[in-house]
Design a protein around this ligand. Structure first.
Ligand SMILES: [Zn+2]
Length: 125
């Protein structure tokens, strides 16, 4: 099932993040949240996804000004891929972290949908 609000894919009918009910089936081009990483790992994963030619969108949890103010270590990068590539991207991400050390999404504090005003988008092929 797929939450349109959080872009989260789940096996349940209820979104684990926002609690929204009556989720729908994902469509192939739905943007799905794969993982949330800090800047350093984000760059590494971005390279990996490009290498495997998986289209993805990356959003920063902080605006540029705030990231500069707080420092890059406070930044979180949200990775989204189309649902048709979602499993592939998850496999890559899991393999990536089995090499680089485990990071669980639940371990990252502040797992919240970023404020739309704060989002900086970049389209990447
Ligand atoms: Zn949700």
């Amino acid at each position: 099932m797929y939450c349109e609000k959080c872009h989260v894919v789940t096996e349940y009918d209820v979104c684990p993040d926002c609690g929204r009910r009556h989720l729908r089936e994902p469509k192939p081009d739905d943007e799905c949240l794969v993982t949330i990483l800090d800047t350093m790992f984000g760059e590494m994963l971005a390279d990996l996804l490009r290498e495997h030619q998986i289209p993805f969108r990356r959003r920063s949890s902080l605006g540029a000004a705030l990231a500069t103010y707080l420092g890059a270590s406070f930044e979180r990068q949200y990775f989204y891929v189309p649902y048709e590539r979602y499993e592939e991207a998850c496999d890559l991400t899991n393999a990536f972290f089995s090499i680089n050390g485990p990071v669980d999404i639940d371990d990252l504090e502040a797992f919240e949908e970023p404020d739309p005003d704060m989002i900086e988008s970049e389209d990447e092929e």
